[in-house]
Design a protein around this ligand. Structure first.
Ligand SMILES: *Cc1c(COP(=O)(O)O)cnc(C)c1O
Length: 462
C-alpha cells in the first residue's frame, strides 16, 4: 500500500515513512492511495479472532512490507500484554446501548490501544536502523500519558510532551509527571491545548529544526494510530450475537477516533452512521450543520480531553468529501490559515452529512447524564463517555434493526472532580493510580513561546 499527502497526491510514501514522519512536509496528512474493501463474508469469517489476531489482519493491510509477519504479531501481542483484561476491549449494555470499554490499558484511556503499538513499532524500527529519534507531542490530557507509558525506557528515543498548564486533571497530570525515566520530558505550556498543538505543528514545519533533532510525532494525526483504532470497530461488530448494522457514538476532539470508524466503514464494515459527540466546544456540530469550519477560542470543560477547536484529523475527511481533490484541500487549509475559517460547498457538505451526525453537549447535560445513569443502572461513565451516550440518545430513535454503541473513551477515575460533582461520590480508583499520588512529579513550565520551547528541546534532545 502506498500513501500520499492530503495536499499533494503526486509524491508517494511507504507505511514506514508515513509512520516515522507523522506529518507530511507540505503540512498535509498522510492517507492511503486507496483503501481495500472487504466483503461481508470476509468480515464475518473473522468473527472468532481474538482482538490481537484481528489487529494483525488489519495492520497487515496498512503496513505492507514494513514488518515481517512474525515481527508484526509480536509487536501486537507484546503491546496488548500491558492491558488489564486479556480481551483488550469489552462492552456492557446500558439502557439498550453497548458501552465499549476502551480504557483497560495502562493509562486508562482509549489512547493506550494505539499508543502501545506505536511504542513497539518505534522500538522495532529504531533497533534495526540504530537511529535516534525525538518524539514531540501535544496532549489535552490522555495522549501524553499514553505516549509516555508506551515509550518510557525505550532505547534510541526521547519523548517530549506538552500539556496546557492547569488545564488537565490532576490524575491526568500525575500519570505523566510521575514517570521518572530519563528519556521522558514533560512540559507544561502556559496556554491551551490548541496552543500546544500549534507549537508542535510549527516545529514540524521547520525542516531545519525537525532534521536537527530527528523529530517525529505520536499525535492523533499519526496514521498508525488510526489503524489501531479501526480494529475495535470491527471487533465490536463481530462480537454481536446477530450481525446488525451499527450506529456508533464517538466522543470527539481531534477527530482521530471517529475518523477510524469512517475508515472501517469504507473497508466494508456495516456502519450506518457515526455520531460526532462533543462538549460545548461545538466547532464540528456547526460544520456538519452549515459547512462552515470556524474555530473559536477553547472553552474549558469537565471533559478536558475534548477541549479542542482545531480538529487535526478533519483534514482527512475533507479530502474525501472533496472527492480527493488535493488542490481544493490545499485551498481550504490556506483559507483556514489566512481567514481563520473555511466554507464547504453544498456538495461537499452533503457528502459529509451522509456519514456523520453531530451533537454538542452542555456541561449540565453531561453531569445529568452521569447522575441519571448512576441512579438508574449503577454505572459511572466518565464525562467524555457520558457526552457520547447523551448524543446517541438525543439524535437517534431506536430501532431493532440496528445495534447501538457508545465508545467509552476513559475510566471515570481520571476525572474524580467532575464525577463527584455529578453524583456526590468518588469513582472507584485502581490501586496503581492511587500510588502515583505519592510519587514525585517531574516537569518544567514554559511560556507559550516557540523559541524558548525549541531551546529547551534542543538542550535535552540526544
Ligand atoms: C482523546 C480523547 C477523546 C477525543 O478523541 P479524538 O480522537 O481526539 O477525537 C475523547 N475522550 C477521551 C477520554 C480522550 O482522551
Amino acid at each position: 500500500m502506498q500513501y500520499y499527502s492530503t495536499r499533494n497526491k503526486k509524491d508517494k510514501f511507504t507505511f514506514e515513512q508515513v509512520f516515522l514522519n507523522a506529518l507530511a512536509a507540505d503540512g498535509g496528512l498522510y492517507i492511503p492511495e486507496s483503501i481495500p474493501v472487504w466483503s461481508q463474508e470476509t468480515i464475518e469469517n473473522m468473527k472468532d479472532l481474538s482482538f490481537q489476531e484481528l489487529s494483525f489482519e488489519i495492520f497487515k493491510v496498512f503496513t505492507g512490507s514494513t514488518f515481517e509477519n512474525e515481527e508484526l504479531a509480536s509487536i501486537i501481542n507484546h503491546s496488548y500484554s500491558t492491558f488489564k483484561i486479556q480481551e483488550v476491549v469489552k462492552s456492557k449494555v446500558v439502557d439498550g446501548i453497548s458501552c465499549v470499554e476502551l480504557f483497560h490499558g495502562p493509562t486508562l484511556a482509549f489512547k493506550d490501544v494505539a499508543m502501545q503499538v506505536l511504542g513497539n513499532m518505534y522500538q522495532n524500527l529504531l533497533n534495526k536502523s540504530k537511529n535516534k529519534m525525538n518524539l514531540v507531542t501535544a496532549t489535552s490530557g490522555d495522549t501524553g500519558a499514553a505516549a509516555i507509558d508506551a515509550l518510557k525506557s525505550k532505547p534510541y528515543l526521547n519523548i517530549f510532551v506538552l500539556h496546557p498548564e492547569h488545564k488537565v486533571s490532576e490524575t491526568q497530570r500525575r500519570l505523566m509527571t510521575s514517570v521518572a525515566d530519563s528519556n521522558v520530558f514533560n512540559i507544561a505550556i502556559q496556554g491551551t491545548f490548541d496552543d500546544c498543538q500549534y507549537l508542535v505543528k510549527e516545529m514540524f514545519n521547520d525542516t531545519e529544526f525537525r532534521n536537527k533533532i530527528q523529530m517525529s510525532g505520536v499525535n492523533s494525526i499519526n496514521w498508525a494510530r488510526i489503524v489501531a483504532q479501526i480494529v475495535y470497530y470491527f471487533y465490536i461488530y463481530l462480537k454481536q450475537s446477530v450481525f446488525k448494522r451499527m450506529i456508533v457514538s464517538v466522543p470527539t476532539g481531534n477527530f482521530g477516533d471517529v475518523y477510524a470508524g469512517y475508515v472501517a466503514k469504507k473497508m466494508g464494515l456495516p456502519i450506518e452512521k457515526l455520531i460526532i459527540a462533543s462538549n460545548h466546544n461545538n466547532l464540528l456540530e456547526n460544520c456538519i450543520a452549515t459547512g462552515l469550519y470556524k474555530p473559536s477560542t477553547v472553552k474549558p470543560s469537565i471533559s478536558p480531553s475534548m477541549d479542542i477547536q482545531v480538529a487535526s484529523n478533519f483534514e482527512r475527511i475533507v479530502f474525501d468529501i472533496c472527492e480527493h481533490n488535493d488542490l481544493r484541500v490545499k485551498q481550504l487549509m490556506q483559507d483556514l490559515k489566512e481567514k481563520k475559517q473555511f466554507q464547504l460547498s453544498d456538495i461537499e457538505l452533503s457528502n459529509l452529512q451522509k456519514y456523520f451526525l453531530a451533537c454538542s453537549v452542555s456541561e449540565e447535560e453531561t453531569k445529568n447524564t452521569i447522575a441519571e445513569l448512576h441512579k438508574a443502572f449503577n454505572v459511572i461513565l466518565d464525562p467524555h463517555s457520558a457526552i457520547g451516550f447523551y448524543a446517541l440518545k438525543k439524535l437517534v430513535s431506536f430501532d431493532n434493526n440496528y445495534s447501538y454503541f457508545c465508545l467509552e473513551t476513559a475510566h471515570p477515575c481520571k476525572f474524580p472532580d467532575a464525577i463527584h460533582d455529578a453524583i456526590q461520590m468518588d469513582p472507584p480508583v485502581p490501586n496503581f493510580v492511587k500510588e502515583i499520588f505519592a510519587k514525585k512529579e517531574k516537569f518544567v513550565v514554559l511560556k507559550n513561546d516557540l523559541d524558548s520551547l525549541k531551546k529547551y528541546i534542543i538542550l535535552k534532545a540526544s
